[in-house]
Design a protein around this ligand. Structure first.
Ligand SMILES: [Zn+2]
Length: 81
């Protein structure tokens, strides 16, 4: 959805995102087992206006921010298959 602009559920192309320029939409994230993480991450939202499905991603910029990511790694649990 993020890459294709197509809804992964209904295949509609009515996909919109808040992916922005500025820090608008930034929000604090999230409680983990070790309490809430004080790091703020920008969350990109992709939503299908046909069926209402939506996905969320951490922005690429934050994903490459080692400080923020190491905080997540040390506070959250890795999901194992
Ligand atoms: Zn859809």
């Amino acid at each position: 959805m993020k890459l294709t602009g197509k809804c992964t559920k209904c295949t509609s192309e009515e996909v919109y995102s808040n992916r922005p320029e500025g820090p608008r939409g930034e929000r604090a994230v999230m409680a983990g087992p070790g309490g809430s993480i004080s790091t703020r991450l920008f969350i990109e939202v992709y939503t299908c206006l046909e069926c209402g499905y939506f996905e969320e991603y951490i922005s690429n910029k934050d994903l490459r921010n080692e400080k923020k990511i190491s905080k997540i790694k040390s506070n959250w649990q890795r999901v194992k298959s």
